[in-house]
Design a protein around this ligand. Structure first.
Ligand SMILES: [Zn+2]
Length: 256
């Protein structure tokens, strides 16, 4: 275990799947030297759930946003609600928001409307933004460029190395999780190897995307250690160095 405490930069600990044993999950996180966990928002109806969870646990940090996956269940006035909610409940970031261009997802035009509106709110409130991008990285880069003062992270990064470098130049962190532990994950391994360590974050995306060892199981923050080890091997740098720098990065981005 690394000596430096770790930060899980993206974890849906508010999801119902943790309702029966959330305190055990938090204890295992603590036992594994995970000091802080960032909880991204998904839908308006769940912002209060995240807010009360974070009020009760000082190591949990809230984000509020409208996730593209559930955008068909939102309506345009939710953008106004988000503005007000953010002003009242100062989160560590706005998100997650973004674009998901897999075929079964909401129509692109609607996704783009909510994405750009949220980027505007983040910039106005000087908040970092947590972005979900699946098969959409080129468009995400285009849209980010419209906002000159924006910064943030791309969670569970799946774009190319070239795009990652562009995102780093645009003040964005590249966040990676359990996928780097899989043998066939050539693309993300190359990204992890080539980008500056000062631009890298680690996450679990719990309860989704478990590492190779826990494939098929519910993911949780304690499993983040395998991601740190995998990054250490890929970059040929010590586990402690990866832990130290990714924790510095997360603290800087989220001001925690
Ligand atoms: Zn997520």
């Amino acid at each position: 275990m690394p000596a430096t405490p770790l930060i899980d930069s993206h974890c849906h600990l508010d999801f119902e799947t943790f309702d029966n044993d959330r305190s055990d999950v938090l204890r295992r996180a603590k036992d594994n030297n995970i000091s802080d966990i960032v909880i991204p928002g998904t839908e308006k109806i769940y912002w209060d759930r995240i807010s009360s969870l974070c009020k009760n646990h000082s190591q949990l940090h809230a984000c509020y946003g409208l996730h593209p996956y559930w955008i068909n269940e939102q309506n345009k006035p939710h953008i106004e609600s988000l503005k007000r909610y953010i002003e009242l409940n100062r989160p560590v970031a706005l998100g997650e928001c973004g674009l998901d261009f897999r075929p079964q997802q909401a129509e692109k035009k609607l996704q783009l409307y909510f994405f750009e509106a949220q980027l505007g709110i983040a910039e106005q409130n000087q908040l970092p933004v947590v972005i979900h991008s699946v098969r959409a990285t080129e468009t995400v880069i285009q849209r980010i460029k419209k906002f000159s003062k924006l910064r943030g992270m791309i969670h569970s990064y799946s774009g190319s190395l070239q795009q990652a470098k562009q995102l780093v130049d645009l003040n964005f962190y590249i966040s990676v999780g359990g996928s780097v532990t899989y043998d066939n994950a050539k693309n993300i391994k190359q990204v992890v190897k080539e980008i500056p360590l000062a631009s890298l974050l680690i996450e679990t995306d719990s309860p989704d995307q478990p590492d190779k060892k826990n494939k098929g199981k519910r993911n949780e923050p304690a499993y983040i250690l395998s991601t740190v080890k995998a990054i250490s091997e890929i970059r040929d740098e010590s586990v402690d160095m990866i832990a130290r720098q990714t924790t510095i990065n997360a603290k800087k981005l989220f001001a925690i």
